[in-house]
Design a protein around this ligand. Structure first.
Ligand code: NM2
Length: 539
């Protein structure tokens, strides 16, 4: 195949498996550390002002600029589908002969566990209750119609558009690294086709990577913020303790220990193994709740949700509610897209790193299908189980959420189930490991971005990996102590506005490279037979 031959040409350099880690890129590492620390210090010292300023900017971004996120969600999905199923679908990261580094199972486990964490359990359990009480499209609240939409909307927010945002920059980042043999798995490198290599290596590149780092630090904060009280509540229920801030702190400390160990062990001995364990434990937990819970209700609601989702995808994907101004899309869809974007370049780096030997088609079909399918499974089980408890007066989810906390409601539902002696400890285990696998890969990606000249097969040096893991835990601890991860979360979402443009630039860079590297695909096809020539003349 011609495509294959050219693919080989541009990937002739043999794979080098380095023994030592890639050194720290001081020009990125220190400015990133200093920027992140000064911003956090600033938020601590000027807490009130910072909160106010950030929330004004955030409302502006979601409200006035909301359409940007909405169109970006469409853009990401269309581009990923075209990459996978268009003329470049056969391109393989690493060239036509590259073999996958990880088995399909581990590959899926890794991108799934790095892309979503304990927040998936949190939100899948209670997201429906918000939609039930304040539904979209002018539907009356707390009605049967509201419940139908409530069971489905979360699946949309954790579905194909989100996973496409995650996958989008994996194409340019992976192609630059594995096929064009550029050193550095970075967003700046992936943008270099458009902004030029000199700028990518200079100041502009550094700003791009620092923005990406800040988005990710904040995104991780959001993850830990959602998971911490829920896990702390589960621990308190199990051991009969009172839920105090001390238990929250303990959760973060245990988490930090888990992801620091995992990331310092490296990609193959740490992150991969933890992800494999996580997927098995998660499936086990889901299976128990599925069997012991209202199985037929769950499956029936899910089936109905699939119909609603399929018929209304475009409506939801483009919903801005400009006339009624219920703020539903701003508070939900746009907030979610911003959160996916904050994680986007990191997931681009991480998916690219683990996808050597995979074709563009494989990337699109597997990441989008397995990612959305995996998330939908949580809504099927955790969401519908909780909704069933509310609608059938088994447990007053909404009341507990209002009077106590969402975490108390989530654990309260599980406490109504048979075999809670098994469910609760398993839930705690999964909770810890699940965000452990998200944050270890975040730390890995941060270390990758701040590494110099990282060759294929090489990992960032140990210090770099360990540093980011401890830093992520430390930041969460400090912020929780001064009253919540809220401002950091919002700040990270504000950073997602420039990230949208950078991710678009990286896609155009890739297109430029592909047009150059596969120019034969753009020339008119030579007409071979006389019959073909004749047919062409008759058109
Ligand atoms: N997303 C997928 O904590 C997490 O699950 C991280 C959340 C962006 C909504 C990702």
């Amino acid at each position: 195949m011609e495509t294959a031959a050219i693919n080989k040409d541009i990937s002739e350099k043999p794979m080098v498996l380095e023994e030592t880690g890639a050194p720290i890129a001081k020009g990125i590492f220190w400015p990133a550390v200093i920027t992140v620390i000064s911003l956090i210090l600033f938020m601590i010292v000027f807490e009130v002002e910072a909160k106010k300023a950030i929330s004004i900017i955030f409302s502006y971004c979601t409200d006035q600029l909301g359409f940007l996120y909405i169109w970006f969600g469409i853009f990401a999905l269309v581009v990923c589908l075209w990459m996978g199923f268009g003329k470049y679908g056969d391109i393989r990261l690493g060239g036509p002969d590259a073999k996958p580094e990880f088995s399909r199972w581990s590959w899926i486990a890794m991108f799934f566990c790095s892309g979503v964490g304990t927040s998936l359990i949190f939100w899948s359990s209670i997201e429906w209750s918000y939609y039930y009480g304040a539904p979209p499209f002018g539907i009356e609240k707390n009605t049967q119609a509201a419940a139908e939409w409530a069971g489905m909307y979360g699946i949309f927010h954790w579905g194909p558009s989100g996973w496409a945002i995650y996958l989008l920059s994996a194409f340019p980042i992976g192609y630059a690294y594995y096929n064009r043999k550029m050193t550095g798995l970075r967003l700046s490198t992936a943008c270099s086709g458009i902004i030029g290599e000199k700028r990518a290596l200079g100041m502009v590149g550094k700003i791009i990577d620092i923005l990406m780092i800040f988005g990710l630090v904040g995104g991780t904060g959001t993850t830990l913020a959602a998971g911490t009280p829920m896990l702390a509540e589960a621990i308190c229920q199990m051991f009969g303790l009172t839920h105090t801030p001390g238990v929250d702190l303990m959760v973060v400390v245990i988490w930090t220990a888990i992801f620091t160990i995992s990331v310092t062990l490296g990609l193959k001995r740490g992150i991969k193994i933890l992800s494999d364990i996580n997927v098995v434990a998660v499936f086990f937990l889901c299976a128990i709740i599925f069997v012991l819970g209202p199985t037929f209700f769950m499956v029936n609601v899910f089936t109905d949700s699939m119909g609603l989702l399929a018929t209304n995808y475009a409506r939801m994907a483009l919903y801005t509610d400009p006339i009624r101004r219920s703020m539903f899309p701003q508070w939900w869809t746009i907030f979610y897209w911003a959160w996916w974007v904050a994680y986007g370049p990191y997931m681009g780096i991480f998916i690219a790193r683990i996808s050597k030997g995979r074709t563009f088609r494989d990337l699109t079909s597997t990441v989008i299908l397995a990612g959305s399918g995996g998330c939908a499974l949580f809504f099927l089980i955790f969401g519908n189980n909780a909704m069933h408890a509310e609608l059938n007066d088994i447990f007053p989810v909404i009341e507990v959420m209002k009077n106590q906390s969402p975490s108390a409601a989530i654990i309260g539902v599980l406490m109504q189930m048979p075999m809670k002696w098994l469910i609760l400890p398993l839930f705690i285990f999964v909770g810890f490991v699940y965000s452990g696998t998200t944050v270890d890969s975040s730390a890995y990606a941060l270390a990758t971005v701040s590494s110099e000249d990282m060759k294929e097969g090489q990992e960032p040096v140990l210090f770099n990996r360990g540093f980011w893991a401890v830093a992520l835990g430390g930041i969460a601890l400090v912020l929780m102590k001064i009253g919540g991860l809220g401002p950091l979360k919002t700040a990270s979402l504000v950073v997602s506005v420039p990230l949208i443009f950078l991710m678009i630039i990286s896609v155009f860079s890739l297109l430029k490279w592909l047009r150059y590297d596969y120019s034969h695909l753009h020339q008119p096809r030579r007409l071979e037979s006389d019959a073909e020539k004749e047919a062409a003349q008759n058109i």
